[in-house]
Ligand binder design. Structure first.
Ligand code: BGC
Length: 255
């Protein structure tokens, strides 16, 4: 088990890509801390699933857009497991609204849950990693839309673009401490965030046709990239993004 003895926080860890990451890291031997706001039952179920894998997991009530709550997550990891080695800033929401439609409330929600939480997640995790010594791994789950417009989802693209520069800048700043910061940019993944598209066969056909590999990813296909980044094999990766998008960003109509 390559992550035996390591301790990981996964924000947004009780659903979608975050849940697959939490399980993937646990399968590799890490102990897991996840946050929840609205769904303690889902968190309990995931805790049980991880414990059944032989590893330990705790759920902490925390709204990751609040710095005090993020600090509580880090403190919970240290109190329960003694340290923090891996921070996965995964929590994310989207409104699918255009620049003309987006309200101030939508803008604030998307920017605070996606970007502010990642910024302070990096900051607070890095402080703990520096304090305990020995470096650490921070993985920011962004999107192809950190660098590729999604018309009709403007605030989301803005937040993911911010995470792209957070990854690069913090990666450079934290390198002397051995804290590596890498982004993972998924394309379309079969998770609750894409339910509207998944329920509509015509939209699904259009989406699949836009992806060179011809299909959405399974959450586990993103989680495996994060598990790799958390382990010894990824010791020379920092300040960059790995895109796991089935070739989506490179597609062209060829006309
Ligand atoms: C978005 C999805 C979108 C996918 C591919 C993701 O980051 O959350 O809504 O389908 O990117 O465009």
């Amino acid at each position: 088990m390559s992550l035996k003895g390591k301790v990981a926080i996964v924000t947004g860890g009780n659903t979608g890509i975050g849940k697959a990451i939490a399980v993937g890291l646990a399968k590799s031997g890490a102990s897991i801390v996840i946050d929840y706001v609205a769904d303690p039952a889902a968190t309990d179920a995931l805790e049980r699933e991880i414990v059944s894998l032989g590893d330990q997991a705790i759920g902490v009530e925390a709204d990751v857009s609040r710095i005090d709550d993020l600090q509580r997550l880090v403190e919970a990891a240290v109190a329960k497991f003694g340290r923090l080695d891996i921070m996965v800033n995964n929590a994310g929401v989207e409104t699918r609204t255009s620049v003309l439609e987006t309200t101030e409330a939508q803008y604030d929600k998307v920017l605070s849950i996606n970007l502010k939480s990642a910024f302070f997640g990096v900051q607070l995790a890095a402080k703990q990693m520096i304090k305990q010594g020995g470096g650490g791994r921070i993985v920011n789950i962004t999107s192809v839309h950190e660098d590729w417009p999604m018309p009709g989802n403007t605030a989301y693209c803005l937040a993911k673009g911010g995470m792209r520069m957070l990854t690069r800048t913090a990666g450079v700043e934290l390198a002397p401490h051995g804290v590596l910061v890498v982004g993972v940019g998924p394309g379309a993944v079969a998770t609750p965030i894409n339910l509207t598209t998944m329920k509509d066969p015509a939209l699904m056909a259009k989406l699949d046709a836009a992806i060179p590999l011809g299909r959405m990813a399974k959450p586990e296909e993103i989680a495996s990239v994060v598990v790799f980044l958390a382990g010894d094999s990824a010791s020379y990766l920092t300040a960059t993004t790995i895109f796991a998008d089935g070739g989506m960003m490179q597609n062209s109509v060829g006309l």
